[in-house]
Write a protein that binds this ligand. Structure first.
Ligand SMILES: NC(=O)c1ccc[n+]([C@@H]2O[C@H](COP(=O)([O-])OP(=O)(O)OC[C@H]3O[C@@H](n4cnc5c(N)ncnc54)[C@H](OP(=O)(O)O)[C@@H]3O)[C@@H](O)[C@H]2O)c1
Length: 328
């Protein structure tokens, strides 16, 4: 197992550490937290005696007791933390969305090339079997492909804080928050991996009182069809997602965590089976560990290129909606 350091002590980091342990891919050895107490509490949950805790980023990165860092801090902090990690000789797994804008991504790309380290964006769903099943179906019926409507909308408990007059990180321009740079990342990844880089994009955003988008509708234009995407964090939706192939339609229960895939043709319906782990981060943890272990630069470049196109697409969408982050 490869040794893992972590930044950010919220539930998502625990889920990744659990996935890493379950898949025997990474072993937690070092925790960074701004608070010694929070860091120690997080380390204690692993019930292992030998986990270091740092409250200073320089000493954290100077430590040689881990080779890969998982970064799950607020979005706007990813850039500086990932850059420092790469320059300290660590591989990086950075939570989605990796970086706030194209300038940051380009700078990171330069540092990746200079250091020869790996950097992965944790877009967990693209590593799942269900995602690959959809990809295979699209490849098979590519010539009939005629568009898609994707949806991922879930009310965030942190929106209650916004309604109470607060500004949690995920709804803040200062921390590069909002619906597009959170749940929107999943369907944008769907479109980029399944259909490629769009020719042009447009985003109609519903701006909330903190200045970020609470929800919205994005359109990605391809030469022969459009992909319409609905996402949001201020309301709940159970709308299915659909990919169109003329007379046939592929239905997905959800664009971010695909658990049911149905091919529909007239009155006929065919379930396409797929397997899934209870912990949705197991597949990505295994994929990243394999690439590092085998120094698989080809697979790394494929994933890095997806991350680059997603970053550019998110940025262009944001521009069309006039949303400016503090990081820009
Ligand atoms: N893949 C997924 O399914 C998934 C799910 C949820 C979130 N995410 C991603 O994970 C990342 C973290 O999201 P989150 O909702 O957990 O964020 P968050 O609660 O705002 O912050 C995460 C951690 O960062 C540290 N932190 C918080 N505010 C900070 C500040 N002002 N300055 C420095 N550090 C701060 C805290 O750790 P300490 O107090 O210990 O320093 C906190 O536990 C985001 O990029 C998000 O998009 C991914």
């Amino acid at each position: 197992m490869q040794k893992l350091g972590i930044i950010g002590t919220n539930w998502i980091t625990q889920q990744f550490v659990d996935a890493a342990r379950e898949s025997k891919s990474f072993d937690l050895t070092h925790v960074y937290s701004r608070s010694e107490e929070k860091g120690r509490d997080f380390a204690n949950q692993s019930k292992k005696p030998d986990i270091s805790v740092s409250t200073d980023l320089n000493s954290f990165f100077a430590s040689d007791d881990f080779d890969t860092v998982y970064i799950a801090s607020p979005n706007a902090l990813h850039f500086e933390q990932a850059k420092q990690a790469l320059q300290s000789g660590k591989n990086v797994i950075v939570e989605k969305p990796s970086f706030s804008n194209v300038e940051e991504f380009n700078e990171i790309e330069k540092v990746v090339k200079e250091t020869g380290m790996f950097l992965f964006e944790a877009a967990r769903h693209i590593h799942e079997d269900s995602f690959q099943k959809v990809h295979d179906f699209i490849d098979k019926y590519q010539s009939h492909l005629s568009g898609a409507s994707l949806s991922y909308m879930k009310y965030s408990s942190r929106y209650d804080q916004v309604l109470a007059g607060e500004e949690p990180n995920i709804f803040s321009l200062k921390f590069s928050g909002g619906a597009l740079y959170d749940l929107g990342v999943y369907p944008i990844y769907d479109a980029v991996v399944w259909f490629g880089k769009p020719d042009s994009v447009n985003y109609q955003a519903e701006i909330i009182q903190t200045g970020v988008d609470g929800s919205g509708v994005a359109t990605l234009k391809y030469p022969d069809f459009d992909v319409n995407i609905l996402f949001g964090k201020t309301k709940n939706s159970s709308m299915i997602s659909e990919i169109y192939f003329g007379k046939e339609t592929l239905q997905l229960d959800n664009a971010g965590t695909i658990r049911q895939i149905t091919a529909v043709s007239g009155d006929d319906q065919l379930e396409i089976p797929s397997t899934a782990n209870d912990n949705p981060m197991v597949d990505e943890a295994m994929a990243f560990a394999e690439i590092i272990k085998n120094h698989d630069t080809k697979k790394f470049e494929t994933l890095f290129n997806y991350a680059k196109i997603v970053n550019e697409t998110l940025f262009k969408l944001r521009e069309t909606a006039g949303i400016k982050f503090t990081a820009d």
